[in-house]
Ligand binder design. Structure first.
Ligand code: FES
Length: 199
């Protein structure tokens, strides 16, 4: 819901709650009490009604503020990330690094892959080393070639991949949801089927 509408709804809810409690207080005050007791009872219920209404409004405002401050996942790691055709590397070119998505786009004759940069050993971020044309993990020395195959170090499988959807205009969408990341359990080498045909 629109935050403004949510705030208006909250104020409306508070007003309805206040009216309801005020009516309840009048009904209760009318049942066989002395005049002094009725006045005291009415004041007490009116005060409680006001407090209840205030609590409802403050809760609604708090929820609205919290939702406004909550970061949106659109375009960030965990969501679908669009990549323009201009950023798709050519065959044999250096990987394209996507900072927000935490992946590298690599391309060969079979197509493209979005390689998750989290090391499959113990989770360090794996940088691309342009000097050696390999991904080299700084933590314990695992090494992966440009296709993500493990070529050295303690890692026991190749780099993980993220699903790719290719669009007609040559742009792509990379799904960075951690639940859909594709692991090659126990496999250290690249297979042509790991790549998504492109274009
Ligand atoms: S975390 Fe990368 S080699 Fe250990």
């Amino acid at each position: 819901m629109n935050p403004l509408l949510r705030t208006v709804a909250g104020l409306g809810t508070g007003w309805v709650a206040a009216r309801g409690l005020a009516v309840a207080s009048r009904l209760q005050a009318g049942h066989g009490e002395t005049a002094a007791a009725k006045v005291h009872s009415r004041r007490s219920f009116t005060r409680n009604a006001a407090l209840g209404a205030s609590a409802v409004v403050l809760t609604q405002l708090g929820v609205t503020f919290g939702l406004l401050m909550w970061p949106h996942k659109t375009g960030a790691f965990g969501g679908d990330i669009p990549v323009g055709a201009d950023n798709i590397p050519g065959v044999g070119e250096e990987p394209f690094r996507h900072q927000a998505g935490k992946f590298y786009l690599v391309r060969n004759e079979d197509g493209i892959q979005a390689l998750y940069w989290k090391c499959v050993h113990l989770g360090c971020t794996v940088p691309w080393n342009a000097g050696t044309s390999h991904f080299q993990c700084p933590c314990h020395g695992s090494i992966f070639d440009v296709n993500g195959s493990r070529t050295g170090g303690p890692a026991t499988r190749r780099l993980d991949r993220m699903p790719i959807t290719v669009k007609e205009d040559g742009s792509i969408t990379v799904t960075t949801n951690p639940n859909t990341i594709e692991e090659a359990a126990g496999r250290t080498d690249y297979l042509p089927t790991d790549a998504t045909p492109y274009p």
